[in-house]
Design a protein around this ligand. Sequence first.
Ligand code: NAD
Length: 296
Amino acid sequence: MTRSVAFFGLGHMGAPMSFNLVKAGFQVKGYDPVAELLHNAGEHGVEKCATPHQAIVDTDFIVSMLPHDRAVESLYLDEEKLLEQISARTLIIDCSTISAKSSKRLLAAARDKRLHAIEAPVSGGVAGAVAATLSFMCGGNHEDVERAREILQHMGANVFHAGPAGSGQTAKICNNMLLAIHMIGTAEALQLGVDNGLDPKVLSEIMSKSSGANWSLQKYNPYPGVMAEVPASKEYTGGFMVKLMCKDLGLAQQAASDSRSYTPLGSLARNLYGLHDLAGNQELDFSSIQRLFQKS
Ligand code: NAD
């Protein structure tokens, strides 16, 4: 029997994720308030829904891929109040990166209504969403996470169960805080080399085989021209926007404040990305932090 999914949020990530579910044979009913995105999804086999309520009728799964706390809470709890109408057989999987606090609120409200919900924020970016190689960092009840594998396996390569509600979001922001720190460090080192006469390709090759090796350098090099297929070689278009990195770094600082943890490099990364965002780079890929170090 064909399994059905209601998919909310057909943006940079949600669109390719939903298309992979269509390819895997799921009946996918999609909703996004942006008409153009909904139309585009329709071209890829997603059934277009005029309202969120239309999408959830008689569905096995709900997947949401939304920009922030407000969008998630508005959809499920405060405005659309979807939780009021979701059936007990439906499993809700929220893949948005939001605060652990907001995610806990959603999962607790679902539990109070005897509904099944997990959080499953992702790592891997748009390329991972297209290639179905995302990593899912799940938080919630073990049985629900196991059940989610049926659908997550068609959108990603790794499904981790981080722990109870909120744990997946915490894992996600720890990862992204580290990602921001090594991206900034990589850009800084590459610029130092270039300013002192080195070819960024040669320097990248040397550091990739030395103790400075890291993901930003080897898979997502921020210096234009070093790697052909990364945003740095496409004027920093596509990829993971600076404004989303700023959001994640803000969530990390909020978590650090709540747990009284010291994150000096995370705090510096947030400030550097915040200034980069303010300088008009919010829509560029986060590897554009390279420009902060380049002499004009
Ligand atoms: P995006 O802005 O491209 O897409 C979000 C979509 O949600 C938009 O199209 C918006 O119209 C839609 N939306 C807003 N409210 C809605 C509602 N009530 N119902 C249905 N749709 C609604 O953002 P994105 O890059 O796809 O990111 C989505 C989430 O994934 C964010 O939480 C982001 O932090 C996370 N994320 C993004 C990346 C990346 O590389 N872009 C990587 C990992 C995680």
